[in-house]
Each structure stands twice: as structure tokens, then as C-alpha cells.
Write a protein that binds this ligand. Structure first.
Ligand code: SF4
Ligand code: SF4
Length: 336
């Protein structure tokens, strides 16, 4: 299982779709070095496959290096999720002392005026500078895109961007109306049939760029589109997946941890108040093993009582919960 650890809500940007509802003024107490160590000890009870450090903007956390030191001891797959606008040569030099495998960099459009509109004036220029610095230093890179009304026509342009900057990995993530995204949902959302077309366009690019780019799509419904394509073309679906995880990852392939140690089946559910325990107080293995919610999610993924695609897809629980307050209702973006 992978851990996605939101270490802070503080961020220098104010993106309108931010599911964490990041803040530009720190209002809550941050945990101490001892508590970071305690959480890592409790996380290590599941021997996590990987850890993703995110925020807010994690690179602005005053204790960033304590997080990197402790998490680097329990996984070889340590990733930082960043908006990349505060990356400098000096910061990279210091991060090189820790076992960080790579960076996942948010970019909402290769068109700089669109990305700047969404992420803030001047952000594209800073992101491009950061990409060169990180590549020079040998870090693995993923471009992380949130699919929204403003960028769904730019799928091909993202692949041109990757080619131009020599980047081999991209993740497309569905917009979810959570956090600040809930208040701005009219601005970013689009409908189910358009979503199906966007996912089909991504499959098309996956095929065309198969030897050059590893594409992940953080949207359970992508599996439906991918499986249709594979059955029409006589392909094994696993041959087109970029990792072993598929469909909704909540409680099956990953869990989320909040700044205070709260645990949720998914980091997006944390912000909706869905909490199953706290890793400052208990081992993560104990929390997961005793969670009725995780058992229910896993049973549901085995396809009992419901849509025949639950095993493959599973609905986005966070999107569903944000719209219906029912974790196990039908995904609002489902066209099936
Ligand atoms: S109902 Fe849920 S599991 Fe079934 S296809 Fe739709 S999103 Fe996927
Ligand atoms: S609940 Fe949604 S955001 Fe969370 S893992 Fe499932 S699909 Fe992804």
C-alpha cells in the first residue's frame, strides 16, 4: 500500500480547484520532530510500498527535512508532490541528501496563460525552470494534471510538452469538487459524456506514445474506457496499465494521512472528514485491520451487490461522497 501524507495545508498559491483548501496563513500548530518520528514508526507497521509527501506546498514546511529523513528510512519510493514554484538550486542540493526518488509537479496547461490563470501569474515560468533544475539533478519527474473545463482540449499538447522537456511520466487526475474546488465547481466541472470523450482521447495518446511516455489516470472510470478499447482490439488490459493499481485506490492501494496524523482511506476523503484512526496514537496496520469502512470498501470492490464494473472501476468514493454524502452511491461522473 502507498501512503499519501498531506504534511501541511500551507501553500504560496491559491489554486481554485485545490481539494485541500490550502491556506496562505498558518493557523494550526505543526507537529514536532518527535511526533514525525512517532508517525513514521506507526506507518512502518505496514511496510508501505511508497510514500508521497504532499500539502499545501510541502517544500515550504519548516520541518521538511525531518519528514524526508524519517520517511526515507521506511521506503525507497519517496516522492514529493509540489507546485514547483519555490524550487531553487540550493533547495535541490539540500534535498539530494535524502532518499527522494522524484517529484510530481502540478501543471494545468502547457499554454502558459491558461496555467497562469489557474495556478497564479508567473507560475508556468517558474515550473519550467524547476523542471530543468530537477532533471539536471537526476530526479524522476511526473507532470500532474487535474482535468477541468479549461484544459480538457489540451491533452495532445501535454504530450508535446513532455517530448519538448524530456519527461516520461504524466498523471491525469479528474477534478473533484472538494475543498476550494467545491466552491468553484461550476468553473471547473464538465459533464459525463464529455468526460468519456476526454478519457478516450487519453487512451488514444497512451497508444500513440506507448514507447515514450508512462501515463497514469487517476480516475476509476478510465478503466471502463481502457477495457472497452482492449476488448475491441484484442489486447490484455494489463499491457496498457502503467502500474498494478487500478480503479479507485481508496483503502485498497493507498491511504491518506493528514497533518495531525488522521488516517483516511483516501487523502481526498480526509478533507471531507472521513477518518478511520490516527497514526500518532496507533500503528497503521492496526488501524487498517480494524477498520470496518476499509473492509466494506474492499468487499465492494469484489463486486458484491451492484454494478458489474465495481472490481475494475469502483466509483470515485471521494467525488461521490462530496456530492451525495453517501460513500457507496453511484459515481456522479458515471455514464455507464
Ligand atoms: S457505477 Fe461506479 S463502478 Fe460502475 S461503472 Fe459507474 S463508476 Fe464504475
Ligand atoms: S476515492 Fe477517488 S480520489 Fe480517492 S482513491 Fe478513489 S478514485 Fe481516487
Amino acid at each position: 500500500m502507498t501512503i499519501s501524507w498531506i504534511i501541511d495545508h500551507f501553500c504560496n498559491l491559491r489554486c481554485g480547484h485545490c481539494y485541500v483548501d490550502s491556506v496562505t496563513k498558518q493557523t494550526t500548530n505543526r507537529i514536532s520532530d518527535n511526533e514525525i518520528r512517532q508517525i513514521c514508526k506507526n506507518i512502518s507497521t505496514i511496510s508501505p510500498e511508497g510514500i508521497i509527501i504532499s500539502g499545501g506546498e510541502p517544500l515550504l514546511h519548516p520541518n521538511l527535512f525531518s519528514y524526508l529523513r524519517e520517511t526515507g528510512r521506511i521506503t525507497e519510493k519517496l516522492w514529493i508532490c509540489s507546485n514547483a514554484t519555490v524550487i531553487t538550486r540550493e533547495l535541490i542540493r539540500r534535498i539530494k541528501d535524502f532518499a527522494v526518488a522524484g517529484f510530481s509537479i502540478s501543471l494545468e496547461s502547457p499554454k502558459d496563460f491558461i496555467n497562469d490563470q489557474i495556478r497564479g501569474q508567473g507560475s508556468t515560468r517558474k515550473i519550467i525552470t524547476a523542471i530543468s533544475l530537477l532533471r539536471e539533478s537526476g530526479f524522476d519527474l511526473i507532470i500532474d494534471v487535474t482535468l477541468m473545463k479549461d484544459n480538457i482540449d489540451h491533452i495532445e499538447l501535454f504530450f508535446d510538452f513532455l517530448t519538448k522537456y524530456g519527461i516520461e511520466k504524466i498523471t491525469f487526475t479528474r477534478f473533484r469538487p472538494i475543498g476550494r474546488g467545491a466552491r468553484n465547481k461550476m468553473k471547473f466541472s464538465y459533464n459525463q459524456s464529455r468526460h468519456k470523450e476526454v478519457l478516450e482521447k487519453i487512451v488514444d495518446c497512451v497508444i500513440r506514445y506507448r514507447d515514450k511516455v508512462k501515463v497514469s489516470v487517476h480516475d476509476p472510470l478510465y478503466e471502463i474506457v481502457l477495457s472497452d478499447y482492449c476488448s475491441k482490439n484484442g489486447l490484455e488490459i494489463s499491457s496498457l496499465r502503467s502500474s498494478q493499481s487500478y480503479g479507485c485506490k481508496a483503502g485498497t492501494f493507498w491511504v491518506g494521512i493528514g497533518p495531525n496524523g488522521d488516517v483516511s482511506p483516501c487523502p481526498l476523503l480526509l478533507n471531507l472528514g472521513v477518518v478511520i484512526g490516527n497514526v500518532l496514537q496507533q500503528g497503521l496496520k492496526e488501524i487498517i485491520d480494524n477498520s470496518k469502512m476499509i473492509k466494506k470498501i474492499q468487499r465492494r470492490r469484489s463486486g458484491i451487490n451492484g454494478c458489474k464494473n465495481l472490481g475494475l472501476c469502483g466509483c470515485c468514493l471521494a467525488h461521490t461522497y462530496s456530492c451525495t454524502q453517501n460513500l457507496f452511491a453511484k459515481d456522479p461522473m458515471c455514464w455507464v
